[in-house]
Design a protein around this ligand. Structure first.
Ligand SMILES: [Mg+2]
Length: 413
């Protein structure tokens, strides 16, 4: 692994070089001027697979440097080093994403050896997971065959009531049990499916399997709400409500146990009358409608105004770390207040630690979902997790007045 270190401060540069040597990465080149680094990378974009860059430099700052990396088409990893506060680093992180730069992490100066090791380890695991450059997309014909051949499987992530800890539902998350590649996550095939008109079949497969599973759980004594992600493509076919009703009937699941989560992954350029017709009819039949990834570029206030949503799903990018970040806290509190005033149920996803849980609970969010509660799991694993959760939940729901029994599933409604 050949590394390039850039910092206008010669001392900081030498220090980082020594730290790199100490963790076994001796093969480094140093640049005091970012301009020289750009020239170097421009001449040989493949020469380095890791770049450390100081964010604040007099001749060219880190933001400008990232723009050059994007232009050059640099494919290696980037680590930003800075003494700046978290907000600026976060913005820089998003900027790196926008330039499609593989940002491995940010390091505060002075750099701690532990953090350095962690960032380098991330590089190693990413390379192990995806050899070569980035993700390999699957051909649409393979995805079509997977849908018809029953290779798609659902995993389910539990959703629990934040006041009582009661299990109220699950979100179905599709996976592809690929004969060679193993378990493939949706980010590697949904995009292609959307581009090639495969979403109708895919959503139908996920819905059917989810509804069957919901019925099996009910027979085992667990009456759960099932949330299924749908694409705007699904809302282009006027018979979609009939498809949903048909599948629910077949599985013998009541329509009010079903929630459809909508994200607008692409701009809604087509006529809005058809999607509006469809979602309104679904709501009239009792199906829940959730605005997914709320607060990201995909799901906006305009959608909230125009569509009959009854649930708002706070995106993980606002939820995780909310307790320690004043900007996130303000956004989450504002959204929860708005949801409450609109009479909508609020669901927070991406809860990863107890601090997230405590914050959302204290601020009146209704439902929680995230690794802190459970990772997505095969349907058969749910009862075992649930038994464990019931033991854990007791200590997590102290300190607020208990909700009445029948208030649990309906909180916020
Ligand atoms: Mg979702």
């Amino acid at each position: 692994m050949k590394t390039l270190l850039i910092d206008d401060d010669d001392f900081a540069l030498k220090l980082l070089q020594r730290q790199m040597q100490n963790v076994g990465h001796g093969d480094v080149s140093l640049c005091v001027r970012a301009r020289d680094a750009v020239d170097l990378l421009e001449a040989q974009p493949e020469a380095f697979d890791l770049v450390f860059c100081d964010l604040q430099m007099p001749d060219m700052d880190g933001v400008e440097f990232m723009r050059h990396l994007g232009r050059i088409g640099y494919r290696g990893g980037l680590v930003l080093v800075s003494g700046e506060d978290g907000r600026i680093l976060q913005t820089a992180r998003r900027l790196a994403q926008a330039h499609q730069i593989d940002l491995l992490g940010t390091l505060h100066q002075p750099v701690s050896i532990d953090r350095l090791r962690k960032v380098l380890a991330r590089r190693a695991t990413q390379r192990g997971a995806a050899p070569g450059t980035g993700q390999v997309a699957f051909p649409p014909a393979d995805i079509a065959a997977a849908i018809t051949g029953g290779q798609l499987v659902n995993h389910y992530q539990p959703q629990v009531d934040l006041r009582t800890g009661a299990l109220v539902g699950v979100e179905a998350l599709v996976r592809w049990q690929h004969p060679q590649a193993g378990l493939v996550y949706p980010d590697r095939f949904i995009g292609v499916a959307e581009e090639h008109d495969l979403m109708d079949g895919l959503t139908r497969a996920v819905l059917a399997a989810g509804l069957r599973q919901a019925q099996q759980w009910r027979e085992a004594g667990l009456d759960l709400q099932l949330a299924v992600n749908i694409s705007m493509d699904n809302l282009a076919a006027l018979n979609f409500p009939e498809v949903v009703v048909g599948l629910a009937c077949e599985a013998d699941v009541a329509l009010n146990r079903l929630v459809l989560e909508v994200t607008e992954s692409r701009l809604m350029t087509q006529d809005t009358r058809v999607p509006l017709d469809i979602v309104t009819r679904l709501r009239l039949k009792g199906v829940g409608l959730s605005i997914d990834d709320f607060g990201t570029g995909h799901s906006s206030l305009a959608q909230l105004r125009d569509m009959p949503f009854d649930e708002i799903k706070l995106d993980r990018s606002f939820v995780h770390g909310v307790a320690a970040d004043a900007s996130l806290a303000a956004i989450v509190q504002g959204t929860l207040t708005m949801a409450h005033q609109l009479g909508m149920k609020s669901v927070a996803e991406g809860i990863e630690e107890q601090a997230d849980w405590d914050f959302l609970r204290a601020h009146g969010c209704d439902v929680a979902q995230g690794y802190f509660i459970a990772r997505p799991m095969p349907g058969a694993a749910l009862p075992t997790w649930y038994a464990d959760w019931q033991r854990r939940a007791g200590t997590l729901v102290q300190g607020l007045p208990a909700a009445s029994e029948d208030g649990m599933a309906e909180a916020g409604a």
